[in-house]
Design a protein around this ligand. Structure first.
Ligand code: AMP
Ligand code: MG
Length: 538
């Protein structure tokens, strides 16, 4: 029996109100047809304790009144209680995993509690990840462990503060229950601490929500879903859709929606590339139709720049989701979305045209982003070849990506004694081994960079400020997250809290107190589990 607390919050629950529900009420694993979701109540946990609460987000969402009673709040965020007006459900979706159609997936351990509107009338869905089994759990337990939940909380908030589109994290709660996981997939399962993250997003709808009804030929559900996302997410398109008097006008709205999803998705990837984030599991069920980074699993942050790096051990052989392949995979995923909506849109030519334009649109946006990272204010002062050659240069000698760009703002083109290899020394993982050939490549690139900056004629101080506002000093490096996890599992949240606080202002210059969090990855962490690669076990 779940308690229900009174609340002043206005839950609007558009998804469950507008779309068809699974007709079966019992919570057991099954294929769900003809429905966008199944109602599912979070399973009780033994002893929910709030480890971290995002108070500023809570206030933004209009939850301030709940902050006074932490015990009651822990019960809600742990899934033992509901607030009046919540209408919990698990979404039905499918997906392509690692390039193969996987059939029905769905929210196997995430339960959406409800959708509310904040003081600005923005819509937010609250979702508990790790809240227990649903009809989509496929024989797994519906739970999550502390290490992966802490990583999700840390990274989604870091991404938000870095200015990367993402879902948010409201709370991290331990459940008081143990969860058994085989972390290394080596036949050594361990009982770990169970945890639940309350995620918050304007929408949790994925490409896979469309793929599932499409795969079953359920065009009614497909159309309902498409109309729903347009009405829920895009006011201007919703007005057009409502007033559309012809099939052609309706199709045009659908195409405009798809074009927007493409734009948002590509922008998200450009932003990942800017900060050195590798999602690690870009399956179509992990792609948001709002271009938000979603489902933080075995993600990672590039330390030494390497476009071939993937943090996901499951992906180690093919490296499908490697750092440098993310834009291509985003396009592949958008192709799947186009295929899924085609039965309703019925305009293959325009869909194809939109897809065909993606590579050039991405390249343009990527180049604009890189120009800013390099400190250029005029496009003409930075030819694309300078960016392309930088990508090659960074691969010649193991170089910390974050430190490279941060240090680069100290380059003074007017000073002929200022040279990159010396300036960038703290970013190199192996300075003593730089070959003569690499040195020459650096000199060549430096000359062209210097000429470009002189031509750009931006004031040095101003350029430094600009560069430091786009090139972070702090990112949640893999080994830092692991240190926070090791301490948290031993009951000490101070390392996590300090890291989280520092990552609130990722563009600020390091101080004596937090300089260690801006430093290069130490050698001991180069190949340590959790600090370099991760499994999907979570
Ligand atoms: P992910 O790789 O985390 O995006 O998950 C892929 C699919 O597996 C989704 O449908 C998840 O809901 C489901 N899933 C992952 N872990 C669990 C779990 N512990 N219990 C139930 N379903 C899960
Ligand atoms: Mg997922």
């Amino acid at each position: 029996m779940t308690d229900t607390y009174k609340s002043e919050l206005a839950f609007v629950n558009r998804f469950t109100r507008a779309l068809p529900a699974d007709k079966i009420a019992e919570n057991y694993c099954r294929q769900v047809h003809g429905a966008a979701y199944s109602r599912a109540i979070p399973a009780r946990v033994n002893n929910p304790q709030i480890l971290t609460l995002n108070e500023s987000l809570a206030i933004e969402l209009g939850l301030a009144a709940l902050l006074d009673d932490r015990q009651a709040l822990a019960q809600v965020l742990g899934g033992n209680s509901l607030l009046a007006g919540m209408d919990p459900y698990a979404m039905a979706y499918g997906g392509h995993q690692f390039g193969n159609w996987a059939g029905q997936l769905g929210d196997g351990r995430a339960i959406n509690l409800g959708e509310l509107t904040d003081l600005q009338n923005k819509h937010w869905t609250l979702q508990l990840k790790g809240a227990g089994p649903t009809p989509y759990s496929r024989h797994a337990d519906g739970r999550a462990v502390l290490r992966s939940s802490l990583r999700e909380y840390l990274c989604s908030e870091a991404m938000f503060n870095l200015g990367v589109p993402t879902t948010r994290a409201l709370s991290l709660v331990t459940t008081g229950d143990r969860v058994v996981r085989d972390m290394f997939y080596d036949g050594n399962p361990q009982a770990e601490l169970g945890a639940i993250v309350c995620r918050v997003s304007p929408s949790f709808i994925r490409f896979g929500n469309f793929e599932l009804p499409a795969s079953r030929g359920d065009n009614d559900l497909l159309r309902n879903l498409l109309n729903f996302v347009i009405e829920a997410d895009w006011e201007d398109l919703a007005i057009k859709l409502k007033s559309s008097v012809s099939d052609k006008a309706t199709t045009d709205v659908y195409l405009e929606w798809f074009q927007r999803v493409c734009r948002l998705t590509q922008t998200m990837v450009v932003q990942w590339m800017r900060v050195g984030f590798v999602h690690g599991v870009m399956n179509t069920d992990n792609m948001s139709t709002l271009g938000l980074t979603i489902d933080y699993g075995p993600y990672g942050w590039v330390d030494d720049y390497n476009p071939d790096w993937t943090p996901n051990t499951t992906d180690a052989a093919n490296r499908r989701y490697r750092f440098g392949n993310q834009a291509a995979i985003a396009r592949w995923n958008l192709y799947q979305l186009a295929n899924a909506i085609y039965p309703v849109v019925q305009d293959a030519e325009t869909l194809q045209q939109i897809l065909n334009n993606l590579p050039s649109e991405y390249e343009m946006e990527f180049a604009d982003m890189m120009r800013l990272k390099l400190g250029f204010t005029h496009t003409s002062s930075c030819p694309v070849s300078l960016i392309d050659d930088l990508k090659k240069l960074l691969c010649l000698h193991a170089t910390d990506m974050t430190l490279f760009f941060r240090l680069l703002s100290g380059f003074v083109p007017e000073d002929s004694d200022c040279h990159l290899p010396e300036l960038l020394r703290p970013a190199f993982y192996d300075i003593h081994e730089m070959s003569l050939e690499t040195m020459r490549s650096y000199q060549d690139w430096e000359t062209r960079y210097r000429d470009g900056l002189l031509q750009d004629s931006c004031d040095q101080q101003q350029r430094k400020l600009l560069m430091n506002s786009i090139n972070p000093a702090f990112v949640p490096r893999n080994y830092l997250a692991q240190q926070a996890i090791d301490a948290a599992e031993a009951g000490d949240m101070s390392i996590f809290s300090f890291l989280l606080n520092t990552l609130e202002k990722p563009y600020q210059d390091p101080s004596a107190a937090n300089a260690h969090l801006a430093a290069k990855r130490p050698q001991w962490a180069a190949n340590k589990a959790g600090c370099s690669m991760l499994s999907c076990s979570s």
